[in-house]
Design a protein around this ligand. Structure first.
Ligand code: ADE
Ligand code: ZN
Ligand code: ZN
Length: 274
């Protein structure tokens, strides 16, 4: 996702944090965030192109074999050179394991990891793994090499899903006011999707995170909605926009709810009953 997507996801997540998690998040956030998780949710994108952080580029996505429409951790989670675990789902496992050490390291004052960075990476990557084309095909780099028109503008399919659908919705339906759009998403969650919230947050993994589930959902949505009727050279306009916007809105809502549920599990001061 782009800036607006990540901001919305983290704003939604803030509303579902329990007291323990909210306290720990506030303790870990850098000062410039001023206590607002959403303020740092695009940090991982801002740094990925500068030299010192170039290793983090492959951690934003996981590509899958062309046209198979499925995802497998062992087969797919590697970078372009084949280094295992270097993909978005691997990064989510890695940073959540680091954050699980928060309560021990707090008492021993032995900080083994930079948990501020771990929190900012995790909050960003749980968003990215929900963007269908961040779990796209290898052959087109998740839609990056599929050149299309978005109304009259020339762009690529990946960018349509990262930014353009959300930006168009902001302009068309929300008077370019991100707070109103986020409010509408929050209302969707508490009204229309209220019975789904608990199941979205569920995760019975011993790792306390379930990125493989989210990645499988994403590649299925990529095949069913993102790639469909979006061949190279095609023009995408109202038909595509209006039929895909509900998918985007649901994925933003799901990532927000799941980010909060994940942080609630990782930062629970007493072990949760299993
Ligand atoms: N680069 C290669 N594949 C990608 C993907 N699925 N998403 C973002 N960037 C990529
Ligand atoms: Zn992207
Ligand atoms: Zn990203």
């Amino acid at each position: 996702w782009g800036k607006e997507g990540h901001y919305a996801i983290c704003k939604i997540a803030e509303g579902f944090l329990n007291e323990d998690a909210a306290t720990t998040v506030k303790a870990l956030l850098p000062d410039y965030a001023k206590g607002d998780l959403a303020a740092v949710c695009s940090w991982a994108d801002e740094i990925r192109h500068n030299f010192h952080w170039r290793w983090s580029g492959p951690l934003h996505y996981v590509d899958t074999p062309d046209f198979r429409c499925n995802y497998e951790y062992c087969r797919d989670c590697h970078d372009l050179s084949g280094n295992k675990d270097r993909c978005v789902t691997g990064a989510i496992f890695n940073y959540s394991m680091q954050l699980m050490t928060y309560h021990e390291s707090k008492s021993t004052s032995e900080w083994k990891y930079n948990l501020t960075e771990a929190l900012m990476f995790l909050s960003h990557f749980i968003g990215d793994v929900h963007q269908p084309l961040h779990v796209g095909f290898t052959g087109d780099a998740g839609g990056n090499t599929i050149i299309v028109r978005w109304y009259r503008r020339k762009t690529n399919l990946h960018h349509v899903w990262d930014d353009m659908i959300i930006d168009s919705a902001l302009k068309t339906f929300y008077n370019s006011d991100r707070a109103i759009m986020i409010q509408a998403l929050q209302r969707n969650i508490t009204d229309g999707w209220s019975s789904d919230i608990a199941s979205w947050g569920n995760c019975s993994s011993e790792y306390l995170v379930c990125p493989d589930l989210y990645a499988s959902e994403s590649i299925n949505l990529a095949c069913k909605f993102a790639y469909r009727n979006a061949t190279p050279g095609s023009t995408l306009s109202d038909d595509y926009f209006l039929s895909r916007l509900p998918v985007v809105e649901k994925r933003l809502a799901q990532s927000g709810v799941r980010l909060a549920a994940t942080l609630n599990r990782l930062f629970a001061s007493k072990p949760l009953p299993s």
